[in-house]
Design a binder for this molecule. Structure first.
Ligand code: SAM
Length: 239
């Protein structure tokens, strides 16, 4: 039997209700200040949000979580800690980026341990695909610190690096055994001695839309192909 999540009476103060299509969020109205806004997609139980919100009190954070159980746990963590620079929205990130996040308003995006969807027939459910990467790029502002990613699935990591290259420059890439915060998924990686692939991407100022078409076809091919082994230069063999 699952344990019930205990929420403080005022937990609703940390909630942002999903808006309908075309309803742009006003960050100033939501956070009551004009501090930069960073977004975490899929915060799970909210461990990273807690860590980063305490570390950067002059930055606002929005967590978008679609899973009800994880969402409640993240809400309990954030509201019990009274983190005034965090809001949580329960919903599907694709639709929220498409409909509610005003273009060029976000300072950084964090995606840690996106679901790998191990079975090939499920790869189409993966969060990061060319369409979504384009939406992330559009949401970032000129002062953006970039897009931060960590995963313990090397093949998914390589694919993201490949399909994001038109929109993002790979600024930093490292392999870690540990991250400065602990989450359920980072702990699992550590327990199983799986290295964590970490990347920082910065948005490109100019996008080659002709090249984007070839990125799309690489992605389509990847989802259909049985074997995919991008080499260090990002070239695809076995095709
Ligand atoms: C493997 S968990 C990682 C959780 C957390 N980031 C961590 O490091 O422990 C992936 C999380 O992303 C959420 N998620 C996946 N796709 C999503 C989407 N399209 N919109 C919002 N949340 C999503 C899942 O519900 C889950 O909580």
């Amino acid at each position: 039997m699952s344990r019930k999540v205990k929420l403080p009476y005022n937990a609703v103060n940390w909630l942002l209700e999903p808006l309908s299509a075309g309803g742009w969020i006003s960050w100033e109205a939501v956070f009551n200040n004009s501090n930069p806004v960073e977004v975490e997609i899929g915060p799970g139980k909210g461990e990273f949000l807690e860590y980063i919100a305490l570390l950067k009190p002059s930055t606002n954070f929005l967590g978008i979580e679609k899973n009800g159980k994880y969402f409640s746990k993240a809400l309990a963590r954030i509201s019990n800690n009274r983190l005034s620079n965090v809001k949580l929205i329960k919903g599907e990130a694709l639709s929220i980026f498409q409909n509610n996040i005003p273009p060029a308003t976000i300072s950084a995006i964090h995606i840690y341990f996106p679901d790998p969807w191990w079975k090939r027939r499920h790869w189409k459910r993966r969060l990061l695909n060319p369409q979504f990467i384009q939406l992330l790029w559009k949401s970032l502002n000129n002062d953006s610190g970039g897009l931060f990613l960590a995963t313990d699935v090397k093949e998914y990591f390589d694919l993201i690096v490949l399909i994001s290259s038109n929109y993002f420059k790979l600024e930093e890439r490292k392999v870690e055994m540990n991250l400065p915060w602990k989450s359920k998924f980072s702990s699992q990686a550590l327990l199983n001695k799986r290295p964590i692939y970490f990347a920082k991407f910065t948005p490109n100022k100019i996008v080659d839309f002709a090249k984007e078409e070839s990125n799309q076809s690489v992605f389509v091919y990847f989802n259909r192909s049985q074997y995919f082994t991008p080499d260090k230069a990002g070239k695809i063999s076995n095709i």
